[in-house]
Design a protein around this ligand. Structure first.
Ligand code: TNX
Length: 514
C-alpha cells in the first residue's frame, strides 16, 4: 500500500471511529454515577442491549424476581425495550444475570456489577445490593434511547457498598397532605439514588394522616384540613400498606412518625377527652409551632398513645417507630421527660426501635434508641452519653424545605439558605463534636411541607439536592468533592428531564443540555 492510500484509509478510519464514539461510550469511568461508587474500572468495549437480550434471575433467591421485574420495568420505560426475566439454575454465558452472594467480600447492601461484552452480571451481597447494582447499570445507559436502535453500555466492573446503613428522606404529609400516588413518586425518585429509608411525618398540629381504627375521629376530624385550610386527607391502613409494599419493592423501609407530646393539635381537636378541660381544640391551619401538648398526667393519654403505636406498628414491617418529641414548648420539662420515659416501653412492647428528634435525649433513653440531630448539639451529645445512636439531619444543611437562595419562592429560611453546594459540602461525622462513625446510624434529609402543596413543589425543593444527600450517605468522604460532583450532577439534568422532574436549575451547576 502506498503512502497516499494509507493516509486516506487512516483518515477514513479515524472519521468512522469518532462518528461511532459519539453514540457508543466504551469508557465506563466516564459515566456520571451518583452516588459515586467505591470503585469503577473500564475494560474498553461495549455491551449491546436489544430486543433479543435476556434477563436471567438466579433460581431460589427469594425476592430476586421482584428486583428483576423492576429492572425490566425501568428498561422498558427508559428504552422502550421490553424483556421478560427468566429463572436460571446456573450462570449464563450471555445476557443480563442477577444473583445474590451473601459470602461476597463486599459489605451489606454491596454489589459487583460486571459488564462484559456478552454478559452483564449483577451480583448483590443481598437483595438490596442486587437492586443497587441495577440502579448503577441504569445510570450507565444513555438517558434517551433512539427507538429501534440498539443500546450500548460501556464494559467494566463496579464494586460498591454504602458508608451508612440509613440513607433517608423525610416527607411531611401532615402540613399538606400528599396522595398515595405522590408518595409513590417520591419513593421512585429516592430509589434511583439508593436512598433506603422514607420517614413519613404522619401527624402534626394541622393534620392526622393515618387511619387508627380504635380512634376513628383522628382522621375524620383531624385529617379534614391542612395548612391554608384545604381539604387535607389521610391514608387508610390499606393505603399505608400499599405504600409500604411499593417502598419495599424498591428496597426502601418506611419509618412512620407520630409526633408527641407537642405537635398534637389535630388529635386534641378530634377527641375532647384528650384535653384536661374536656373540650376539643379548634382545628389549626396556620404554620406556628410549639403551642400544643398531650396531657402528660392523664391515663387516657397513654391509652391513646398505646392504641396508636399498636395499630401502626402492626402494619409497619420496618424496625423503626419515630415518636417525634420536638418543639414541645408548652410541656413542662419534667412532664416532657416523664412522658418520653413512659412511652418508650410502649414502642418496644410492639417490637419497634425508637427514633426521636434530638430533644428526646432529655429523657432516660432505653437501649437502642436513635436520636435524630436536627438543631441542638447539646441534646445530641447528651443522647450519645446515654448510649444512643445518631441520625444526622442538621437543619442548616439537610432541610430541603429551606430556600436555595433569596429568590426561591417556595420554602422557609429559618435555618438559612441551602444552595446545592452548601447541601453537599459537609460530612456526617463532623456535625457533633466527638461523634464517632460507629455512633452514626446514617443521614436523613427532611422535607417539611408548610409551603408545599403539590408534587411539583416537592420535586423542586428535593431536586437537585437529594442526589447530594444520597451521595453523602453512600460514598466515603475521600471520594467526594464538590468541584467534581457538580460535573456529574450536571449530566443528571437530562435524567431529571427524562423523569419529568420539576427541578431547580442552580446556577452553580454547569448543566449539560445536549
Ligand atoms: C422545625 S425540625 C420543625 C418542624 C417544622 C420545620 C420547618 C423539627 C423537628 N421541627 O415542625 O416543620 O422546622 O422547617
Amino acid at each position: 500500500m502506498n503512502i497516499r492510500s494509507y493516509l486516506i484509509l487512516m483518515t477514513a478510519l479515524i472519521f468512522m471511529l469518532s462518528a461511532c464514539s459519539e453514540k457508543v461510550s466504551t469508557d465506563l469511568t466516564q459515566t456520571a454515577f451518583i452516588p459515586q461508587p467505591a470503585s469503577v474500572t473500564a475494560t474498553g468495549e461495549a455491551f449491546e442491549i436489544n430486543t433479543s437480550s435476556v434477563i436471567y434471575v438466579e433460581e431460589g433467591v427469594q425476592g430476586l424476581q421482584t428486583v428483576a421485574d423492576y429492572l425490566a420495568e425501568e428498561l422498558k420505560r427508559m428504552t422502550g425495550i421490553s424483556l421478560t426475566p427468566q429463572a436460571a439454575s446456573t450462570a449464563p454465558s450471555k445476557g443480563i444475570y442477577l444473583s445474590v452472594n451473601p459470602n461476597s467480600d463486599l459489605k451489606t447492601e454491596g454489589y459487583e456489577l460486571n459488564i462484559g461484552k456478552k454478559l452483564i452480571s449483577v451480583q448483590g451481597t443481598d437483595l438490596a445490593g442486587a437492586f443497587y447494582g441495577i440502579q448503577t447499570l441504569l445510570q450507565a445507559l444513555p438517558v434517551k434511547a433512539v427507538a429501534g436502535e440498539p443500546l450500548y453500555v460501556a464494559t467494566g466492573v463496579v464494586r460498591d457498598f454504602p458508608e451508612y446503613g440509613y440513607r433517608g428522606m423525610m416527607l411531611d404529609v401532615a402540613r399538606h397532605f400528599f396522595s398515595v400516588e405522590d408518595v409513590k413518586r417520591v419513593i421512585d425518585l429516592c430509589a434511583y439514588y439508593k436512598i433506603n429509608r422514607l420517614h413519613l411525618h404522619l401527624s402534626d398540629d394541622q393534620g392526622w394522616r393515618i387511619e387508627i381504627k380504635s380512634w376513628p375521629k383522628l382522621t375524620e376530624i383531624g385529617g379534614s384540613t391542612q395548612v391554608g385550610g384545604g381539604k387535607g386527607g389521610f391514608y387508610t391502613q390499606e393505603q399505608y400498606k400499599e405504600i409500604v409494599q411499593y417502598a419495599m419493592n424498591r428496597q426502601i423501609i418506611i419509618v412512620p412518625e407520630i409526633d408527641m407530646p407537642g405537635h398534637t393539635n389535630a388529635a386534641l381537636a378530634s377527641y375532647p377527652e384528650l384535653n384536661p378541660d374536656g373540650k376539643a381544640r379548634e382545628l389549626y391551619t396556620g404554620i406556628e409551632v410549639g403551642f400544643s401538648t398531650l396531657a402528660t398526667n392523664m391515663d387516657i393519654t397513654y391509652k391513646f398513645v398505646e392504641d396508636v403505636i399498636r395499630e401502626l406498628a402492626a402494619i409497619t414491617p420496618g424496625p423503626y417507630f419515630h415518636i417525634g418529641g420536638d418543639e414541645s414548648h408548652v410541656t413542662k420539662h419534667d412532664d416532657y421527660v416523664y412522658f418520653i420515659n413512659r412511652i418508650q416501653p410502649l414502642v418496644t412492647k410492639y417490637g419497634k426501635k425508637i427514633v426521636g428528634w434530638d430533644e428526646i435525649a432529655n429523657a432516660d433513653l432505653e437501649e437502642d434508641v436513635t436520636v435524630q440531630f436536627w438543631s441542638n448539639v447539646k441534646n445530641t451529645s447528651m443522647g450519645l452519653e446515654k448510649g444512643a445512636k445518631v441520625l444526622v439531619s442538621p437543619g442548616a444543611r439537610t432541610y430541603m424545605d429551606m430556600k436555595y437562595d433569596s429568590t426561591t419562592v417556595l420554602g422557609l429560611k429559618w435555618a438559612g439558605l441551602i444552595e446545592v453546594d452548601h447541601a453537599y459540602t459537609w460530612s456526617p461525622d463532623t456535625v457533633v463534636p466527638g461523634l464517632q462513625k460507629e455512633q452514626i446510624l446514617g443521614i436523613e434529609a427532611p422535607l417539611w411541607s408548610e409551603t408545599l402543596e403539590k408534587i411539583e413543589d416537592i420535586e423542586f425543593m428535593v431536586f437537585p439536592r437529594l442526589p447530594g444527600y444520597a451521595e453523602i450517605g453512600w460514598t466515603a468522604n475521600e471520594l467526594r468533592n464538590w468541584d467534581e460532583y457538580k460535573l456529574r450532577l450536571a449530566k443528571h439534568g437530562k435524567r431529571f428531564e427524562d423523569y419529568n422532574i420539576n427541578f431547580y436549575r442552580s446556577p452553580l451547576v454547569p448543566w449539560v443540555n445536549e
